[in-house]
Design a protein around this ligand. Structure first.
Ligand SMILES: [Zn+2]
Length: 222
């Protein structure tokens, strides 16, 4: 089972990836973690990626694809895997498809966790942080016991710069510019959209049902 999970910032993708990994006994691999591991291991690809990342550059498709191809060869991926944050470009998606075909692996199940911009903005602008202990609150989901004040240190809570509406809207635009073409490339018949605006446990059941359904309709290996 090969799962690709797409969703905008703040959609709860990390939580759902962890759930799916446990539910289907597959590793959830985020590209960020994979890159850090490869850097640390000091492989040739890792060293190349490291150098680019420390300079703040974007790692090119060839290096990214190489690292992914190597990571999914590891024994823990024998029953499948979930990728979060890859592919990031259409050429990566195309190359990934070629790798899967070469290895006789099934087509990926593509899940798109969709949440309307307004809901994401509402969620993310509801975040507050304690300047003392850095604890994060959310006025919608995890409000402090006393309004505007940290439960632990009673310091007045602040809005982080990252959580300002302007920053969030910019991130959403960037996400759409990046992910839109990839979802389009996979096409409507492949991409399975799940409504991510529901409560997290409802989203979880919906994703689970979607994946089970996809498993029954995707031919195993071709
Ligand atoms: Zn605090």
């Amino acid at each position: 089972m090969i799962l690709l999970l797409f969703g905008p910032p703040g959609c709860g993708k990390g939580t759902q990836a962890a759930f799916l990994a446990g539910r289907f006994h597959i590793p959830a691999i985020s590209t960020g973690e994979m890159f850090r591991a490869e850097c640390k291991a000091g492989t040739e690809l890792g060293k190349a990626a490291c150098e680019i990342m420390t300079k703040g550059g974007l790692v090119g498709d060839d290096i990214v694809n190489g690292i992914v191809a190597s990571r999914i060869s590891r024994p823990d991926c024998a029953n499948g895997f979930l990728l979060d944050g890859y592919p990031r470009t259409v050429p990566q998606a195309r190359q990934f498809g070629a790798v899967l075909a070469q290895r006789g692996l099934p087509d990926p199940i593509v899940v798109h966790l969709d949440v309307a911009d307004e809901a994401l903005v509402a969620r993310l602008t509801a975040r507050r942080q304690c300047p003392e202990c850095r604890r994060i609150y959310n006025l919608m989901f995890q409000p402090p016991k006393v309004a505007g004040q940290c439960d632990d240190c009673h310091a007045p809570l602040l809005i982080r710069d990252d959580d300002s509406e302007a920053v969030i809207r910019r991130r959403l635009v960037a996400y759409k510019e990046l992910t839109g073409p990839i979802l389009q490339w996979y096409g409507n018949s492949v991409v399975r959209t799940v409504d991510g605006a529901m409560a997290p446990d409802k989203v979880r059941s919906a994703i689970e049902a979607t994946v089970v359904d996809a498993l029954h309709s995707v031919p195993a290996g071709k």
